[in-house]
Design a protein. Structure first.
Length: 222
């Protein structure tokens, strides 16, 4: 496989999913992908709804055809536009932030719209994260928040895979070898997750579930 950037890999993976008719409603990613405007244009051309994190100095087309930074757009919103919304439960409890959005782009076509979404810390209002969004015009604020928050679950999944299934413990130089290692690690994580869910359904204590998963992991490694 020739050298490719992260953005190119991302597009190839999505194209494979589209070609295989894998059902999905939204795509989300961090700033490394969200700031790539050619990726955003490609997603729109494929009519793939998305919520992508972006940098504070990113610029977007406004409803008046002008260009404006995302932080300036959000700063102009009145206080009542901010809503206290939960992004779901995390490792440290419920993730509650203030969220707001503003419509952008003068032309909405094929039933799809565009927004800039912002997440503000309750403890420190100066800490604001920004997202560019594209999706069905009927999308509500809480719908965009739900999509943005799914990225946290993915990141936690990768951290678990690294800690318990050796996802990052490889010393290979060829793509095929790396692909096999990552596939095996993720398959092991899927097995352990299913095992944990099954034991949880039986009402097994937390410590018992953890020990069972680790024991199964060691058996798989051996």
């Amino acid at each position: 496989m020739p050298f490719a950037t992260k953005i190119e890999h991302f597009m190839w993976m999505l194209q494979r999913a589209l070609d295989a008719r894998v059902p999905f409603a939204w795509v989300t990613a961090d700033e490394a992908y969200g700031q790539a405007k050619h990726l955003r244009a490609w997603l729109e051309a494929q009519r793939i709804a998305h919520v992508l994190a972006t940098n504070v100095n990113d610029t977007v087309v406004t409803t008046s055809w002008g260009q404006e930074r995302v932080d300036a757009l959000i700063a102009s919103l009145p206080q009542q536009q901010w809503k206290r919304v939960s992004g779901g439960h995390g490792s440290h409890g419920e993730r509650i932030y203030h969220w707001a959005r503003v419509a952008i782009r003068p032309c909405w076509e094929n039933g799809f719209g565009h927004w800039v979404l912002a997440r503000r810390s309750l403890a420190d209002p100066t800490k604001i994260a920004y997202y560019v969004c594209y999706g069905p015009v009927c999308s509500r604020l809480k719908d965009l928040v739900k999509v943005a928050a799914t990225r946290w679950a993915v990141e936690e999944c990768f951290e678990t895979a690294k800690g318990e299934c050796g996802l990052e413990h490889y010393q290979v130089r060829l793509y095929r070898a790396w692909y096999r290692h990552v596939t095996l690690s993720m398959a092991a994580l899927a097995y352990l997750t299913a095992l944990r869910a099954a034991e949880s359904a039986k009402g097994a204590p937390q410590a018992t579930m953890t020990n069972s998963c680790l024991s199964a992991s060691r058996r798989s490694a051996g």
